[in-house]
Design a protein around this ligand. Structure first.
Ligand SMILES: [Zn+2]
Length: 460
């Protein structure tokens, strides 16, 4: 018999699991994990089930810290399959920007919900998300309703004329709208949601905008989330405009700090690598996107050897085409081996990149990223009793997750102490409605696409 918990307190007990902690010693504990309200309060071989509200039996199952994806675009999820087999700048100009310009509030909401459903089903519990220019409030509404932990922000684009008119912003308006969203959403639900300033990349941002973002990020103590050195074409454009390489320019403007999260960082010279290390800039490695857009392979093993902080993200659905950390871990483990040897980027290293290193990227390593007493209860339970992950005998549990597990093995996802998904059923997202509305939304956007206005000639 299980008695009701203390009034106002929710207790969840996970029993008999294989608990991969990702703590400093990479300890694996066989036993129980107790959650009280939003925190882990006990991990031990045996915890009595007195006064708990819910017992989750995890015998034969694996409990892991929730994945932290440090580069995601929820606004692009409904563009999945609409921009395959193209290179970055073409992909942006011909498909992604026009589609982003065509978004309305409803389409952005369902795009976010579609992505959030996929993320939660794959065991991702925290995301760093970049939205589009407009309708970001709708994405925050979806994030709030889903229960996921997130840093998000509206994208900022006030420079260049190769974007649809609808995406071209005035500097002051872009900054003001960002600050308004920050004031509304930053620290929502006791800090589950945070705001991050999101200048898209140097190409689409004026110096005035970037320096204001620098000052506002320091003023509010929030992160800056951007892209850098993703394609060779991009760094040529930056060099022609500024006379500097991409990361050098960001440092010259004073943006390079521990609050800066830069996706990709493929085309770097030695000076830029030193800037990233010395200024403690966080790198988000997105191998799936980097391969599909033919962007290149970031020198992650070297950056990590030098002491840079590197985590993982799937990027957007139209350049991946999934938001699945298990894919990203396997790619991160695999693509560097031909150049660096089979022992480089081993399973333990990439598992930590997907968990505790992601927490470090957002300055939350004391709260999430590993399963330890006192930390937030962000975790997932995998049922790996299936053909594709057997045998289990004498197989390293972390290697089993990184090299063999599938997103569909994730059975339960808990975020901030709340059971967000159980037996693959997501509580706060109605799958039937989201799938139907996602299709309706992309159909509406595709109809709008030919009417998207540019100031430049398409053939240029
Ligand atoms: Zn991106």
């Amino acid at each position: 018999m299980i008695a009701a918990g203390v009034k106002g307190m929710t207790k969840i007990l996970i029993k008999n699991g294989e608990i991969i902690t990702a703590d400093d010693n990479n300890e694996i504990i066989y036993g129980d994990l107790l959650i009280e309200n939003d925190c882990i309060t006990q991990i031990a071989p045996q915890i009595d089930a007195y006064h708990v509200d819910q017992v989750i039996e995890a015998r034969g199952k694996t409990v892991i810290p929730g994945f932290i994806q440090t580069h995601i675009h929820l606004c692009q999820t409904i563009f999945r399959g609409q921009a395959d087999d193209m290179e970055l700048l073409d992909w942006l100009k011909r498909r992604i920007w026009p589609l982003e310009a065509a978004h309305d509030e409803e389409s952005n909401y369902y795009s976010a919900m579609l992505g959030l459903g996929e993320l939660i089903q794959g065991g991702t519990t925290t995301i760093v998300d970049m939205e589009t220019v407009h309708h970001t409030d709708a994405a925050f509404q979806a994030i709030a309703a889903s229960g996921i932990r997130a840093l998000s922000g509206k994208v900022m684009m006030d420079y260049g004329d190769e974007t649809p008119l609808l995406l071209q912003e005035n500097t002051d308006d872009s900054v003001q709208e960002s600050v308004d969203l920050l004031e509304k959403w930053h620290d929502f639900d006791n800090g589950r949601i945070k705001y991050a300033f999101s200048p898209r990349f140097v190409i689409s941002c004026s110096e005035a905008l970037l320096t204001q973002v620098r000052d506002l990020s320091a003023h509010y103590g929030v992160h800056i989330h951007s892209h850098a050195a993703e394609s060779s074409g991009e760094i040529e454009i930056v060099r022609n405009r500024t006379g500097m390489r991409n990361v050098t320019y960001l440092d010259y403007l004073g943006l390079a700090s521990e609050r800066l999260i830069l996706a990709h960082c493929i085309w770097l010279d030695d000076e830029e690598k030193s800037i990233i290390k010395d200024r403690r800039v966080k790198v988000s490695h997105a191998p799936g996107s980097n391969l599909k857009l033919a962007s290149g392979i970031a020198d992650v093993p070297e950056m990590m050897n030098q002491g840079a902080k590197v985590s993982l993200g799937a990027d957007g659905a139209p350049c991946n085409n999934n938001l699945n950390m298990l894919n990203e871990m396997r790619l991160a483990a695999g693509i560097h081996k031909p150049a660096h040897g089979a022992a480089a980027m081993n399973a333990q290293t990439v598992f930590r990149m997907a968990t505790i290193e992601g927490a470090k990227a957002i300055g939350m390593e004391d709260e999430i990223g590993s399963l330890e007493v006192g930390k937030k209860a962000d975790l997932s339970i995998l049922d790996m009793n299936d053909f594709h992950v057997f045998p289990s005998y004498d197989v390293d549990p972390v290697s089993r997750i990184v090299y063999a597990a599938a997103a569909s093995d994730v059975e339960t996802t808990i975020i901030n102490g709340k059971v967000i998904m159980k037996n693959r059923e997501i509580k706060n997202i109605d799958k039937n409605i989201v799938l139907k509305e996602a299709d309706k939304s992309i159909k509406r956007l595709m109809r709008r696409m030919p009417h998207i206005q540019y100031v430049y000639n398409e053939d240029k």
